[in-house]
Design a protein around this ligand. Sequence first.
Ligand code: 4NP
Length: 160
Amino acid sequence: MKEPVRVLMVCLGNICRSPTAHAVFQQRVDEAGLQESVLVDSAGTGDYHLGCAPDPRTQAAGAKRGYDLSALRARLVCAHDFETFDMVLAMDENNLRDLRRLCPPGLHHKLQLFMDFAPGAGRVVPDPYYGESEAFEQVLNLVETAADGLLQHVRIRVGG
Ligand code: 4NP
């Protein structure tokens, strides 16, 4: 059996966007029966909310669409992540810039924007933290679109 593809979703706080991307993409992977072939995790570049569950607004928006984020806990991106994961997907340009600073030379090919997998839907998933509830809906809309594109991409990689 092939090695699994390991995907890490990254935002700033790891309490809004990347846990949403984690849960949505995990559900797509499960529905496709690829849970042995595609491993999903998430992390943040900032240490404001380490160990915390996703923001209640993020959990509520996700729950309305059938995603359970309650078991996720915020953690920081660490140097080892760049070795472990095959794809490290940033929610916005700031996250990508921070990842480029943290990533050892030779592993930068693993870094890209999550929204690369949603051509035509915009380049980034905007930070909803200081926004209204519509901002959290918009995160889900963008994440669901990119998760569909990413699933197609990894299917080709794992032959599923
Ligand atoms: P996230 O959102 O990066 O999507 O998890 C944020 C969460 C917390 C903060 C900023 C963005 N903060 O400044 O505490």
